[in-house]
Design a protein around this ligand. Sequence first.
Ligand code: GDP
Length: 480
Amino acid sequence: DTITVKTLAEKMRINAGEVIKKLMELGTLATINQEIDADTATIVANEMGFEVQVKVELDKEAQLMMKEPEDDAENLRWRPPVVTIMGHVDHGKTSLLDAIRHTHVTASEEGGITQHIGAYQVEHKGRKITFVDTPGHAAFTAMRARGAKVTDIAIVVIAADDGVMPQTVEAINHARAADVPIIVAINKIDKPGADPEKVKRELTEYNLVPEAWGGDTIFVEVSAKEKLNLPELLEMILLVAEVGEFKANPNRAARGTVIEAELDKGRGPVATVLVQNGTLRVGDFIIAGVAYGKVRAMMDYTGRRVSKAGPSTPVEVLGFSGVPPAGELFYTVEDEKFGKQLIDERFTKKREEEFRLSAPKISLDDLFNQIQEGQVKELNIIIKADVQGSVEAVRQSLEQMGNSEVRVNVIHGGVGAITESDIMLASASNAIIIGFNVRPVENARNAVETEKVDIRLYRIIYDAIEDIKKAMSGLLEPEY
Ligand code: GDP
């Protein structure tokens, strides 16, 4: 937290010069517009006989987190485990997901599955299990990079006729990095060349050792094709879930993760979300990244409309203003006004970020700071104008402008529009381009964007010189 000298002085109704003097006594050189930190401001104010209360204004993002208290243990209920299937390509991830879906989704529901959604639930012995269908550890880790922790249990699938392959190892490492328990499913045991024992031997190298061999890894030998041992696999998932004690509080505002989302021509933005805590209801105000809206309708994985979805339930949500990215966390907020302010804040932050990323290497606006940080000792300029006379006039004025700290170099000057090669030169030499009665040529536009060069267009030479003078005068050591 900071305050400018000027604001501090105003608050104390004291001349800013007095504050600057006091700061100097305390060993800090500051100008009137300089930001000083809360501690320094407090010392100065105290010295001048004022009391200071430092108010920390939390932004909405922080307030949102404050609204997310830990749940008391007594409010927590068992929730279905969320399972992801990972493994080497062609080892049967998709087949296994499909086989489980077809065997364990009841027939009536099966008929209702009209379109694919990124997650589904099955029931085994009266307990539900949620499968998230984002096969591949890349998607898994992309989600994790966003801060989403969706998966409770990872099933690493290995084809019994192929054994441990590079992506098997990656899957193991990704699951471990996420601290997610692993169940090994040795698949394709129906195949003539299947050798599950060999797979087990190979896996000991990665510290996945079956219980029978003195380890603690659960192995299940399955065939997605022949639908062999699928109930055993589900049994093991529930066993691991039992140990993991996956719980959530259904009686609170919902939050969770966007599994996938797209723009549907008829229905608008459609997002498949996984509720991870609380209960999501139709009519809730929901926020995911900068997408937001009132939940207009929800469908479960069978396509049936539902009015609410509790922990570990995947649902399709209609009502978002835009398409949130997969892996984005969603929250519901009771106070819609707060929600809109939060979105506003996120938009601003996003713009700032984009702006920062696309900020020119050197710009007149930022010249002063860049010099102060010692990043700039020379101001390189390229001048393009409609007539040679203008080029020369500006060159002379600018080159006389240098001072002991910054030298002005006109590295190139010429007649004609600003071309791609001007931009490349500016980019390579960290230069600013000044144009008089000229503009960038059409095909230079892309280069402008990618090279992030500051281009200033003027009609009057005087304006250009004034602008640069102003930027330069910021370079001069402040005097008191
Ligand atoms: P993914 O790339 O890991 O999703 O693998 P797929 O599920 O697409 O399966 C790759 C191939 O292996 C397909 O041709 C499947 O039909 C076949 N396959 C999958 N599971 C089995 C199985 O249990 N037994 C046999 N024989 N083939 C299988």
